[in-house]
Design a protein around this ligand. Structure first.
Ligand code: NAD
Length: 317
């Protein structure tokens, strides 16, 4: 049975992840951490969740708190605190205030839950993953960012709807940046075990249109309902369940790279990795085609530039 914590639990992602995971048999306590200004709200969320859990005869302990001491004994700590991107705001303008929050929380986690795994959702997530790594001092296998797993789920559903087949038949992956420089790995995509490139010989597909829909998927949701909610929350819950259950699934997560992908160093980006109880067990080796490789290197350059500027601003070595 696992104890986990969510920092930013009063927000959309945080509370949805808490409610989803409270129904998991393998998790017996969830710490919902909030700032003092959000404490009332978080206690209200907890009372409401308990009513729903009672309807399902579930007994997960939900602990609302503003105290870092309650992180003690957590196996996984999720950071989903942060300001959202406002119109006209550059990536860097978003990154600096969010990096200050991630930096403070990562140090608190290192002190109070030194054996935990840190999972980052706060955007720009690939930059935040490096900040959390540097500020926690954790082994890089225990600092993981979520972004491309969600993008991969989005590509899966776009293809399933296009071909009108069960989404379980689609095996696909998006790597690189969770943002403009995402890299859909079409050369690895299979449908019912058949490579996409072979499959589309019999059923034509406008690949450019699919990639365009994928890249704008998050913004399309935000423009219609103000925020993304169920997709990211379920994607995060997938990662946490895989870790606490030691399931060893291969999921695409942001991790600090030191040459595991040829020519890419000192930057966190999304790559397929085997996840286990200790975090990342290993990164799955990739053989990208020329175009995918070029896109991945572009992603590395863009994310690295932003990460360096943030580190300089916050004086993070
Ligand atoms: N990586 C992904 O796939 C993905 C997907 C969706 C959202 N996100 C990101 O996750 C983060 C949270 O999204 P959300 O929709 O839950 O946002 P939200 O605005 O609903 O919640 C934000 C949370 O952060 C807290 N917060 C805000 N400012 C803070 C500060 N200065 N110090 C401490 N806590 C603070 C709020 O109290 C709240 O709990 C955002 O950065 C968003 O961009 C990432």
């Amino acid at each position: 049975m696992a104890k986990i914590a969510i920092m930013g639990a009063s927000g959309t992602i945080g509370k949805n992840v808490a409610f989803t995971l409270a129904k998991e048999d393998s998790i017996d306590e969830i710490v919902l951490f909030a700032r003092e200004s959000s404490y009332e709200k978080i206690t209200g969320e907890v009372l409401d969740m308990y009513d729903a859990l009672a309807a399902e005869d579930m007994d997960c302990i939900l602990t609302p708190t503003c105290s870092y001491e309650d992180l003690e004994g957590c196996e996984v700590v999720l950071i989903s605190s942060g300001i959202p991107r406002k119109e006209g705001m550059s990536r860097l303008q978003l990154a600096i205030p969010n990096a200050k929050i991630v930096s403070e929380y990562s140090q608190a986690i290192a002190k109070h839950a030194p054996d935990s795994i840190i999972l980052i959702v706060t955007n720009p997530v690939d930059v935040m993953t490096t900040i959390a790594l540097k500020m926690s001092g954790f082994d890089k296998n225990r600092v993981i960012g979520l972004g491309n797993h969600l993008d991969s789920l989005r590509l899966k559903i776009i293809l399933a709807q296009y071909f009108q087949i069960n989404s379980g038949e689609i095996n696909t992956r998006v790597i690189g940046e969770h943002g403009d420089h995402m890299v859909p790995l079409l050369s690895y995509t299979t449908i019912g075990g058949v490579l996409l490139h072979n499959f589309v010989k019999s059923i034509p597909l406008d690949i450019d249109e699919v990639v365009k829909r994928l890249r704008s998927a998050g913004n399309t949701i935000i423009s219609k309902k103000g925020a993304t909610e169920y997709g990211p929350s379920y994607a995060v819950s997938n990662l946490i369940k895989t870790i606490v259950n030691d399931s060893r699934k291969i999921l695409t997560v942001s991790t600090y790279l030191e040459g595991e992908v040829e020519g890419v160093y000192d930057v966190s980006l999304g790559v397929p990795a085997i996840l286990c109880k200790n975090g990342i067990k290993s990164i799955v080796p990739l053989k990208m085609d020329e175009d995918e490789k070029k896109q991945f290197l572009d992603a590395a350059r863009a994310v690295k530039k932003c990460t360096y500027l943030v580190r300089e601003e916050l004086d993070i070595k």
